[in-house]
Design a protein around this ligand. Structure first.
Ligand code: PMP
Length: 399
């Protein structure tokens, strides 16, 4: 009898299952809106020019591949802090932020969750309803009790702000509140600066611990505007908060696993202790992060010329997403479905389209268009070549 005989089959990832079905579909006009990746007009994952330049220089140098420090490349960590908190951040000047390069944004969440479980074992974690499914998985895996706060309002396809405030206001002091800084996954529904300010005040008054996840910085309005939540929490004088960040999308470096965990402490001394704790937690998880992706990001951000090039490539991605949102709304209206205007108010790669599971099934079965059963579509998978097909089909199943 095998030692593993009692192992049960774990459920598969529904998004990967959808991609498999898409790949097996022989229809030529099929479109996969289920993915979580930015693709360009040609449907390809871009390799950014700025990244390629650093890569070529690295290849020419032929450097040996030793281990990175446990908390990653020092330049990567410093440049990441500046991007998140702003180069002139008083928190950075005061030495209150400890940042470690991690294995993607997922690694940052995981290390953050494990660390928090050690230092705040009784805390609960509150996530938005709905949220990126891995939030629940990662914090659940770290043995946290995960609760929901209201967020998305299906009636308006926008934010249930009153519900959100009410639910956050009921949380026990010390509860960890997971917040999406921008480009909310899966809904595309974000807070504006005024709403963020109200959340900041509530979080401060109730002594909650914000854990901000920023995986799409630069995909909505720009690098600084998309970090509004971080900047407002920093300015509010909170003694402590946490940021998990990812460069997967903003650098189009998905498989290079580039992310960071930043922990803000009350003072320099607390930040130093947090850094030591982060290193201890990373050591127990995967020892040290990956060299190549870190070198690419640090190489781009550390050069004024390449950074400017990256910023314009990032702007191109952002503007293409905006154009696709506007194009989809316009074409849907032309096909007799004017009720989708809200798609233009949503931000980032994703949109909760409001399509029901039955409508998503029809889209797939009758039109070869693959959306998640929740109605989430990836707007970044649209292009001028498939926009018309998608709009006509969505309008048809919405009748
Ligand atoms: N947070 C959110 C909200 C995400 O959507 C993602 C990526 N899908 C991540 C974190 C993790 O990013 P990474 O791929 O860098 O692990």
């Amino acid at each position: 009898m095998s030692h593993f005989a009692s192992v049960e089959m774990a459920p598969g990832d529904p998004i990967l299952g959808l991609t498999e079905a898409y790949l097996a579909d022989p229809r030529p006009h099929k479109v996969n809106l289920g993915v979580g990746i930015y693709v360009d007009e040609q449907g390809r994952i871009p390799l950014l020019k700025a990244v390629r330049q650093v890569e070529q220089a690295l290849a020419a140098e032929g450097k040996p591949r030793g281990y990175l420090p446990i908390d990653g490349l020092p330049a990567y960590d410093a440049l990441t802090q500046q991007l998140l908190f702003g180069a002139d951040s008083p928190l950075l000047a005061a030495g209150r932020v400890a940042t470690a390069q991690t294995i993607g944004g997922s690694g940052a969440l995981r290390v953050g969750a494990d660390l928090l479980k050690k230092v705040l074992p009784q805390a609960r974690v509150a996530i938005s309803s709905p949220s990126w499914e891995n939030h629940r998985v990662v914090f659940g895996h770290a043995s946290f009790e995960v609760v929901d706060y209201r967020y998305y309002d299906p009636a308006t396809h926008g934010l249930d702000f009153a519900g959100m405030l009410e639910d956050l206001g009921r949380l026990e002091p010390g509860t960890v509140v997971l917040l999406h800084a921008c480009c909310h996954n899966p809904t595309g529904v974000d807070l504006d600066a005024q709403q963020w300010q109200q959340v900041v005040e509530l979080v401060k008054a109730r002594d909650l611990l914000p854990f901000i996840d920023i995986a799409y910085q630069g995909f909505d309005e720009g690098i600084d505007a998309d970090a509004t939540a971080i900047r407002l929490f920093a300015a509010a004088g909170l003694p402590a908060f946490v940021v998990a960040s990812s460069y997967s999308k903003s650098f189009s470096l998905y498989g290079e696993r580039v992310g960071a965990l930043s922990m803000v402490g009350a003072d320099r001394d607390e930040a130093a202790r947090l850094r030591a704790k982060m290193k201890q937690t990373i050591r127990a998880n995967y020892s040290s992060p990956a060299t190549h992706g870190g070198a690419l990001v640090a190489g781009v951000l550390g050069s004024a010329e390449l950074r400017a090039m990256w910023e314009s490539e990032l702007a191109e991605m952002r503007e293409r997403i905006h154009a696709m949102r506007a194009g989809l709304v316009e074409k849907l209206a032309a096909h007799g479905a004017p009720q989708f205007g809200f798609i233009q108010q949503q931000a980032g790669m994703f949109s909760y389209s409001g399509l029901s599971r039955a409508q998503a099934d029809r889209l797939r079965d009758e039109y070869g268009i693959y959306a998640l059963s929740t109605g989430r579509i990836c707007v970044a998978a649209l292009n001028r070549g498939n926009l018309e097909t998608v709009a006509a089909a969505v309008a048809a199943v919405s009748r």
